[in-house]
Every structure is written in structure tokens, then in C-alpha cells.
Write a protein that binds this ligand. Sequence first.
Ligand code: C5P
Length: 232
Amino acid sequence: MGKDVIVACDFNSKAEVLAFLDKFTGRKPYVKIGMELFYAEGPSIVREIKERGHKIFLDLKLHDIPNTVKKSMAVLSELDVDMTNLHASGTVAMMEAALEGLTRPDGTRPLLIAVTQLTSTSEERMRDDLLINEPLDKVVMHYAANAKKAGLDGVVCSPREADKVHGACGKEFLTVTPGVRFADGDIGDQVRVMTPADAKKIGSDYIVVGRPITAAADPVAAYNRCVAEFVD
Ligand code: C5P
């Protein structure tokens, strides 16, 4: 599986995202469309960006009863995205149903990735709010194993967990890692960050990079720097 840099296009309007993507006249970035843009603009924004030749990771993090997730995944699959995701906490049955819904009549399907525990969830909140008393890294690894058991392609995780996930679930099990910052960059609200070069060394399959590219004075140069450090 080829390594790639996924640009988190966290914009809330079509005008903004298209103006941003217009800057990329060379290599077309793999684009992450999240809830903000999808809820603002609907499925047509996915089709439009796809028509411009970008690969798309549709980051909607589904979590509902298996039947609802299955039917929703079937709709998302028709949008011809390349990757989508759900919450592993929805159970193995929900993940299996999602895969079934996502698989097109011809047998093809987008990659399906699970969120284990959100990076915003601390061990303390997990214990006090969710009544999960195990250590956070044990929960993350257990959810990753559940995703693998359900037949999913990988997980979203911190680059710091990528190595461990590959050790437990196999090298082919994909690790999609946000929390990436340049060595000389601003970390913003991310806590456990890693440079693109280090994420490559540790074995991440895809890095998800938002503000270091979208808020850069020269986004194309920042993207090219990520590609040079992570892919080339
Ligand atoms: O701007 P920044 O590089 O921090 O953006 C990271 C992107 O990855 C955002 O879209 C954020 O929602 C997403 N993400 C994350 N941590 C996770 C899951 C997703 O930062 N655990």
C-alpha cells in the first residue's frame, strides 16, 4: 500500500475549499472531508472534489445500530470515496455490517478505517465518564484488534501508536495518523505530535495533516514538504 499525505480540508464552505484546492496545480492531494464541510455542503462537494481528480477520505465517523450503519455505508460507497471510517466502539457487529454495506455489487469498496479512542479522550475521562477502567493504550489496542477481526483495513491512531498497532495487527493493517507537525512548526491544540519524517520512520501508512498546510503562508510548499519528508 502506497504511503500518502492526506490534507484535512477543515473548511465550512465550498468556496473556501475549492479556492484552497485551486492552488494545487501539480500533484493533487488526497483530501479529507470531515463533518464540518460535509454538513455544510452535502454529498455534492464530495462529487465535485472527486471529479477534480482527488482521492477522498470521507471522515464522518459513523456510530449507530448495525442496520443503520450498513445502509448509510451503502449510500457513502456510491459517492465513490476512497476511504471512510466509523467508531470501533460501535462493536464488531456494527463494523461487520458497515463492511457489508460498503461493498459494491462488483465487489469493490472504499477502505474502511476505525477510530479507536479519540485523541481528545484521556484515561481519566474514559474511566469517569465512560466507566472503562482499563489503561488507554490497552483499550486502543483491543479496539484495533476488534476492527481487524471485523475485517476492516486499519485504524486512525496517533503516529506514536502506529508501530504497536502494526506489531499486534500486522504490517498490512493500515495506520492513518493525524497529529503531524513540522519540527519548526506551531503545534496548536494537538498534544502528542510527530514530524512527517518521524511518522515515516515509525511506519505510518497515511499522515493526516490539516493546519500545517491549510494555514501556511504557502500551502503548496507546505504540502510538498510533507510529501518530501513522508513519501519520497
Ligand atoms: O489541523 P490538524 O493537522 O491538527 O488536523 C488534524 C485533522 O485530523 C483534523 O481534521 C482532526 O479532526 C483529525 N483528527 C485528529 N485526531 C484524531 C482523529 C482525527 O486530529 N484522533
